[in-house]
Unconditional design. Sequence first.
Length: 225
Amino acid sequence: MLRERTAPESLSEFLRYLASHPQAENEALPSLNTLSAELGISVAGLREQLEVARALGLVEVRPRTGIRRQPYSFLPAVRQSVGYAMALESRNFEMFADLRKHVEMAYWREAVGLLAAEDHHRLVEIMARAWEKLRGSPVQIPHDEHKQLHLAIYARLENPFVQGILEAYWEAYEAIGLNVFTDYNYLQDVWTYHQKMVDAICNKDFDAGYQALVEHTDLIYHRPV
């Protein structure tokens, strides 16, 4: 495993500086004039690089606290890119959904193997709330529970790139309107598979849970229009 810090040539001067100053999460960075002199670039150029860092969620800029580095998250970069791709062509969501499906499948066994008893309990609680909504009068779509369930299964993975893709998927899912899909039989099928997944996780039958995951993720391609 590579442990030395590496900086690609394409990385801006400001991002190089940011990566080399871990204390920037607790202490405000110097002023733009000071950084401009230290980095050897104009204040105008530095402002452009700062805006890129803000868009990527790498820094927070506030009037009183100044510029502070944020904990690394892949989500802001994926969010911007996927949002743009969907604005170009809505069919791009299907390709991103396919990527997400393969990510979940690839990390299933590692993710569920990390879950503790309290995680199992949370999954059971999410399932109970979802069934209560589906079986209530009037029927409610358990979208929040759908999102919470999937993210909870992978929550203990210490991989920001996996987490970023999975979280961005649910934002795209909502943006394209799938959170308001109302075919009742389809929802019943979806949550029946979720129940199989959660039961398998709690029983540590990870192979059975994986099979339910695979069958469940294929449902989105066969949903009624």
